[in-house]
Design a binder for this molecule. Structure first.
Ligand code: GAF
Length: 376
């Protein structure tokens, strides 16, 4: 596929709609360094925006019609303002629905969408799409909403419009990322703190392994984990697991709920420590915390899978100083923190393990911390 660029999406818009777009907006995918399944528990997480982005070329209409062309599916959805489409077009149309509920007077719209964020890879292609559309529509109406409000509108679009019960990490990093930083998100009070993340300066690279095993957050497992966390919090008499201590988590009677609580409470603490280490540029010390995060997600939270476990173990054998699954789990991607210059060995090690099992070859990318959603 050709590279995704402002020029190519403008041309795509002309081909699909027959006239030129007003402008192009973009929002990034993400990897989460650490702090997994903590956002909907009022916890901490530490995502990084990718350079890979979703681009939308946009023009407003006044006849109530919505058209969305996707280069990935090579299809055009056509509907009316207020409708939420099925399939891939659910995301952009749910954002329009959500912004309309907030009072945005949208009279119709044409959109052309293209993306370099791999879809279904756990790299937040959905939030890249919802956030690029939300920012575009907002700015074309003279920005009645600030970015915090756009985050909330995009969360509502995914939760209520699409039926994917995600937390707020992905939307927040897409709209608040800063280049060369990770973003420490406190999901209890909504505050964010940019944490220096100059990989190259520290002599490391972050390799993303896309296992190409597909998962859907809208399936039952993600929602089940959320419900179990809530049940564990209720059993402990707290509003969210953020308020529980490690010792308290061990007092939950039900063994499954106890393990879920243990993951969340220990993961929040690991995230706090990684942020602390990065503040003093101690990259080499975060590897063990990444490894422990993976073990906790695999054993206590049970959201990993064989492909992710193999990718993580092979990356470590290939020279990564720490590795873990990233995102919701059940497939998707893993990250490996690798001394600069050792990337090829890590990639070789993971590729060989996948080939030996007869699995589809994984995809790799080297992550760089990029900026937030913007008009191009
Ligand atoms: C998915 C969700 F969208 C996020 O909100 C978060 O819960 C993540 O899974 C797990 O950390 O990406």
């Amino acid at each position: 596929m050709d590279a995704v660029s402002k020029e190519s999406v403008l041309q795509q818009f002309i081909d699909a709609c027959g006239y030129p777009a007003t402008g192009v907006w973009a929002a990034p995918g993400r990897v989460n360094l650490i702090g997994e399944h903590t956002d909907y528990n009022g916890g901490l997480c530490l995502p990084v925006a990718l350079e890979q982005r979703t681009l939308v070329a946009v023009a407003l209409r006044s006849d109530g019609v919505v058209r969305v062309h996707s280069r990935q599916s090579d299809e055009t959805y056509t509907g009316s303002i207020g409708d939420i489409a099925a399939g891939w077009a659910a995301y952009p149309t749910a954002v329009l629905w959500s912004l309309a509920l907030e009072g945005l007077p949208l009279g119709g719209i044409d959109l052309a969408v293209d993306s370099s964020v791999p879809v279904g890879a756990g790299l937040s292609s959905s939030a890249a799409l919802t956030c690029s559309v939300a920012l575009a529509v907002n700015e074309l109406h003279d920005s009645p909403f600030n970015r915090d409000q756009l985050v909330q509108a995009c969360i509502r679009a995914e939760n209520e419009g699409v039926g994917a019960p995600t937390g707020g990490m992905d939307q927040t990093i897409a709209l608040f990322a800063q280049p060369s930083t990770a973003l420490l998100l406190d999901c209890q009070d909504g505050s964010t703190e940019p944490i220096p993340f100059d990989l190259h300066g520290a002599g490391f690279e972050l390799i993303v392994v896309d296992t190409r095993v597909k998962h859907s957050l809208a399936d039952g497992q993600y929602g089940l984990r959320r419900a179990q966390c809530l049940d564990a919090a209720t059993a402990l008499g707290v509003d969210s697991l953020r308020e529980a201590t490690a010792n308290q988590a061990e007092t939950v009677r039900d063994p499954i709920l106890r393990a879920r609580a243990r993951h969340v409470v220990t993961e929040i603490e690991r995230t706090r420590r990684v942020a602390e280490l990065l503040r003093s540029n101690r990259f080499s010390d975060i590897g063990e915390l990444l490894d422990n995060s993976h073990a906790s997600l695999r054993d206590d939270f049970e959201v990993s899978c064989e492909e992710l476990d193999v990718a993580v173990a092979a990356a470590r054998r290939g020279g990564a100083i720490g590795a873990r699954m990233t995102g919701g789990g059940f497939g998707g991607s893993a990250i490996a923190l690798v001394p600069e210059g050792s990337g090829a060995e890590v990639i070789g090690s993971v590729s060989r393990e996948f080939a030996a099992r007869g699995w589809r070859a994984p995809h790799f990318l080297s992550a760089t911390a990029g900026g937030s959603a913007t008009r191009l």
